[in-house]
Design a protein. Structure first.
Ligand SMILES: NC(=O)c1ccc[n+]([C@@H]2O[C@H](COP(=O)([O-])OP(=O)(O)OC[C@H]3O[C@@H](n4cnc5c(N)ncnc54)[C@H](OP(=O)(O)O)[C@@H]3O)[C@@H](O)[C@H]2O)c1
Length: 334
């Protein structure tokens, strides 16, 4: 394995020989992870095609947009046939809206229908795709069975029976069929992704919002464990998974040291505000009222292991929450 890489630049250098310049198709490439990943891939000279449901025109060299609509089974075939690799990130935002019955269906369908459409397209048209690297989520595992000090979930653990567990199972399964059964042999990698910490969006931005008013909002007891990963390491994982032919199968994409909600919020508050903040607990019942069923996700503990990544030789640039938050806060508070 070639994952023993110390810096983001080193990880890219794997992939930057002229002969290795590839065309990479990214579904959902307009989102949080996709935008960060696109920036790195473009900087290292790759050709990118972003599959989007929107209508976008690129003014950037090396980047073009192509259209698809997984709900209608429509996809720009030419774009797929041009690709050497596919990175599959598309899916309706899990924490974006309250989980009504309709929204849950949308969260599920947007992942499963898009996965099936990719597989159908790849298995019915001769193509040159070498690997498909997809997101999944640690929601696969559900809540820690014992608190505190549970055994961290590994890739061999069974899926949870709750909504996110079932969604992740169907999402991962939608990508089956590329292993040669239908005459294709495309390497498939799936990242069960933890909470991605980034300045541009996601959970960290939500934690940072009340800090503008000097409030460090701890959710519920604050003891629930968050398995997280810095956006920079997430991007490196995708790039390495694409470029290293020995990487295959399912990996948990989380940093080595999960933290409690309270620890994360207070560390962020100290970095952002020094000592000028007030910690407040938002009671669990208030979260349930405000968020409905989705509140279970912010209140549950989920302790996930990254041992498989370590064994594969992946070195995290941001293994601890201190390193991750110091880096992220320094980007806007130099
Ligand atoms: N960020 C995290 O903390 C985290 C944690 C675990 C797993 N993940 C997973 O990683 C993937 C990427 O995450 P992200 O944070 O970058 O997501 P994101 O910012 O929400 O972007 C996802 C992209 O998916 C596309 N999309 C949205 N609704 C869709 C629908 N109904 N049908 C098809 N496509 C749709 C959108 O692209 P267009 O509008 O251009 O089509 C959007 O830009 C997602 O599948 C997410 O569930 C993320």
């Amino acid at each position: 394995m070639t994952w023993v890489l110390k810096t983001a630049q080193a990880s890219l250098s794997l992939f930057t020989k002229k002969s290795d310049m590839s065309t990479i198709l990214i579904t959902g490439g307009t989102g949080l992870i996709g935008a960060a990943l696109s920036k790195e891939l473009l900087a290292s000279g790759h050709q990118l095609i972003i599959l989007t449901r929107g209508t976008k025109t690129s003014l950037q060299a090396g980047l073009r947009y192509a259209a698809w609509d997984p709900a209608k089974g429509e996809i720009d075939l030419e774009a797929v046939l041009e690709a050497d690799y596919i990175i599959h990130l598309a899916g309706a935002g899990v924490a974006e809206k309250r989980w009504s019955k309709k929204r849950k269906q949308e969260i599920l369908d947007s992942r499963v229908e898009s996965g099936k459409l990719l597989v159908k397209t790849l298995t019915t048209h001769p193509n040159k795709v070498k690997a498909l690297v997809s997101s999944s989520a640690i929601g696969y595992y559900g809540a820690d069975p014992v608190i505190p000090n549970p055994r961290p979930f590994t890739e061999d653990d069974p899926a949870s029976d709750d909504f996110l567990g079932k969604t992740c199972v169907a999402w991962e399964k939608s990508l089956d069929g590329l292993d040669g059964l239908h005459g294709t042999a495309i390497r498939v990698v799936k990242f069960r992704t933890g909470i991605v910490l980034a300045n541009e969006g996601g959970a960290l931005r939500e934690f940072a919002k009340p800090l503008r008013f000097g409030l460090a909002t701890i959710l519920g007891s604050g003891r629930q464990v968050i398995s997280w990963i810095h956006i920079g390491d997430m991007v490196r994982l995708y790039i390495n998974a694409v470029s290293d032919p020995s990487v295959t199968g399912v990996f948990n994409a989380v940093a080595p040291k999960p933290v409690s909600n309270k620890e994360l919020v207070l560390k962020l508050a100290k970095l952002e505000r020094k000592n000028s903040f007030i910690p407040i607990h938002v009671p669990s019942f208030a979260l349930r009222l405000a968020m409905g069923e989705m509140s279970t996700e912010v209140l549950k503990s989920s302790t996930v292991s990254c041992d498989k990544l370590h064994i594969a030789g992946f070195n995290f640039l941001y293994p601890s929450i201190d390193a991750a938050l110091e880096n992220l806060v320094s980007q806007h508070n130099p």
